[in-house]
Design a protein around this ligand. Structure first.
Ligand code: FAD
Length: 245
């Protein structure tokens, strides 16, 4: 039986490599910075990253082989130098978190994108960004583009792990709410969001992070009569699902 599977696998592997060559960019890990113990800023570089059309909020997919890919949000992208940085959250587990934990400077890496993900429709309007650990890179990207116009609220598992990232990425104004068992923190999140909406009554609202919380907050915003045109949602992960894009 192995005699028949092996050539099939080999063919699938060759097909994958051929496709990746056409549609992806090859890069190298040129720097890794630990930010506390739960996050790493990974800088990717290489001539293939030059001249990329990147807008803050766009995503990339890292290809790990065997058709496994995981999605990340560049903090910034220098098209002249061919460099981009991503913030990887080292949650308990999956190929993405494992890559983030074990990657070394000099490692090669295959990048699909950048591609459109979160886009700010009205560049001059204030923005309220809701998210979690996986949204901090997006927050940094949007804040650089719209200094002082982005109000941020994050639900996180361990606020002490997140504090060094907020300091490092200059997101000190962000509000942080600790997750509680049985979603016990959701009323507090709603209260925080109401405060932000009072501060920025005309803001566009971007919801990212964990799918279930996004649904909950989206419902609360609808009930509060916030116009659908002012809201956008992008789920970054969901318990039990893998590799959301
Ligand atoms: C558009 C987009 C942009 C993203 N940008 C970033 C980014 O900049 N930085 C970043 O770190 N992540 C980002 N993510 C989220 C990241 O792609 C997911 O967390 C992804 O699941 C990580 O891959 P993994 O292989 O570690 O886990 P997977 O194999 O995908 O998941 C395994 C299991 O781990 C759990 N899980 C997955 N993610 C988390 C999490 N964050 N916290 C707790 N449990 C989790 C789930 O139960 C899941 O079933 C983004 C996702 C999307 C869709």
């Amino acid at each position: 039986m192995n005699d028949t599977i092996a050539p099939e696998r080999k063919r699938a592997g060759l097909f994958e490599s051929a496709l990746l060559k056409v549609f992806t960019r090859t890069a190298q890990v040129v720097d890794i910075e630990d930010v506390g113990t739960a996050f790493r800023i990974v800088t990717l570089g290489g001539s293939a990253l030059r001249n990329a059309a990147w807008t803050p909020g766009d995503k990339i997919q890292l290809q790990f082989g065997g058709w496994v890919q995981r999605t990340y949000t560049p903090i910034d992208w220098d098209p002249a130098a061919g460099r981009t940085r991503i913030l990887v959250y080292l949650h308990a587990g999956g190929p993405g978190a494992e890559w983030g934990r074990t990657v070394k400077t000099g490692d090669g890496c295959v990048v699909f994108g950048p591609r459109k993900s979160v886009r700010i429709a009205r560049p001059q309007a204030p923005v309220i960004l809701f998210g979690d650990e996986t949204s901090l890179g997006l927050a940094a990207a949007l804040s650089q583009r719209l200094p002082s116009a982005v109000q941020m609220l994050f639900e996180v598992t361990a606020p002490a792990d997140t504090q060094p990232v907020l300091a490092r990425l200059k997101l000190a104004d962000a509000r942080v709410c600790a997750r509680q068992a049985e979603h016990g923190h959701l009323p507090a999140l709603e209260r925080e969001l109401s405060v932000l909406l009072r501060l920025r009554p005309t803001a566009d609202i971007v919801l990212t992070g964990q799918a279930g919380t996004i649904q909950h907050i989206g419902r609360a915003l609808r009930q509060a009569g916030i116009d659908a045109g002012r809201r956008q949602s992008k789920a970054y992960w969901a318990p039990g699902k893998t590799g959301m894009d």
